[in-house]
Design a protein around this ligand. Structure first.
Ligand code: ACO
Length: 325
């Protein structure tokens, strides 16, 4: 039986030049390298330069992904940009990327699911492709999260960073088995009852300001480990695969302890985690494609490997995508 499969045929990423260390951060706020590393695993995070916008980083990651896919931008029909930090409230920053790529056809739009944005974007791309709505879709996660931080709040500002990652998803075919190349299953969820556990205290319709990130860290941590483990289980159940079949686990990079806690809960060896949180911090929607790109470029993720991506973020939102590379 021939089925449509959404195949990830290229990836790319971009990080701002300035890497801010814990030592540099501890000059701004009452914290220490020791505290941050012990609780989160984070050593550095990259911070966008003045005037450097989300769309600039998204464009750089998009160009790298297109080059990796050996694809001309004109072949794209859809651009999905996952971001919490658009250049402007409107238009969608995806349309800026579209224009800068020289595209005058197709559709470009932003989606907002905070740290789960990239997993949401991949799921939408997969659905579009299966419905015949698109054939070559660029999915980008890009954030200037540093601009949402209260730099006097040590409980949040030490955790986040800026960056962008992108993938090209192309319509292909398969036999309908787990041996097929491409996305095998994708799942997204949200539960708005928890929106006050992690949110921004501003917005165009409430305060008319951008606002700052506010978070109940312990509550987020508790829900993250449970929700992530559940969505991994549903991906495995949907395909009949087991944890042993996963070659690479590419999680949202929130915190080393969350990743290790999740791996322990599902019985996954730590060596199978692509972990970038130490050098990037939490880059929200950019974190999964940044980690994916690192794993591909350093040769760990190879064609044919089974890759499990997952994320959890404000809302709460969460989800997972299981794909054969
Ligand atoms: N430096 C030094 N001390 C600090 C800092 C800091 N940066 N931040 C908090 N502290 C202090 C607190 O004031 C508190 O002091 P007290 O005991 O004197 O009151 C102490 O450290 C312990 O604070 P807790 O908040 O209880 O620390 P906890 O062990 O829960 O760690 C952390 C905090 C790292 C935020 C943890 O809760 C966590 O990782 N939560 C998940 C949050 C997360 O990853 N959010 C990202 C978005 S959601 C997502 O992506 C999944």
């Amino acid at each position: 039986m021939s089925v449509i499969r959404s195949q990830i045929v290229g990836c790319g990423s971009y990080l701002p030049a300035h890497a801010m260390s814990n030592a540099e951060l501890s000059k701004r706020v009452d914290t220490t390298d020791e505290w941050i590393v012990e609780r989160t695993g984070i050593k550095n995070r990259h911070i966008a330069a003045e005037g450097e916008l989300t769309s600039d980083m998204a464009l750089a990651a998009a160009r790298a992904a297109l080059a990796n896919a050996q694809m001309d931008a004109q072949e794209l029909d859809t651009i999905i940009l996952a971001t919490t930090t658009p250049d402007n409230t409107f238009p969608a920053s995806a349309t800026t990327v579209q224009a800068k790529l020289g595209l005058h056809h197709g559709a470009a739009f932003d989606i907002q699911a905070v740290c789960s944005g990239f997993v949401y974007g991949l799921t939408i791309a997969d659905t579009f492709i299966k419905a015949g709505q698109g054939k070559n879709i660029l999915v980008i996660g890009a954030e200037t999260f540093s601009r949402l931080l209260d730099w006097d709040d040590r409980t949040t500002c030490v955790l986040f960073g800026d960056g962008a990652g992108a993938v090209v998803v192309r319509a292909g075919t398969g036999e309908g088995s787990n041996a097929d190349r491409g996305i095998l299953t994708a799942h997204i969820h949200s539960d708005g009852r928890y929106k006050e556990k992690l949110y921004v205290d501003g917005g165009p319709s409430s305060t008319g300001t951008v606002g700052h990130v506010r978070m109940e860290g312990r509550e987020v941590f508790r829900h993250a480990v449970v929700n992530i483990a559940e969505t991994i289980t549903e991906s495995l159940e949907a395909t009949g695969l087991s944890v042993a079949d996963i070659d690479w686990f590419v999680p949202h990079q929130a915190n080393r302890r969350i990743l290790e806690g999740t791996a322990k809960r599902i019985g996954l060896p730590l060596e199978k985690i692509i972990m970038t949180v130490g050098e990037h911090g939490n880059t929200s929607a950019a974190s999964v494609p940044l980690a994916l790109d690192q794993g591909v470029r350093d040769g760990r993720i190879k064609k044919g490997d089974m890759v499990l991506m997952e994320a959890m973020g404000g809302g709460f939102t969460w989800g997972s995508v299981l794909a054969r590379w």
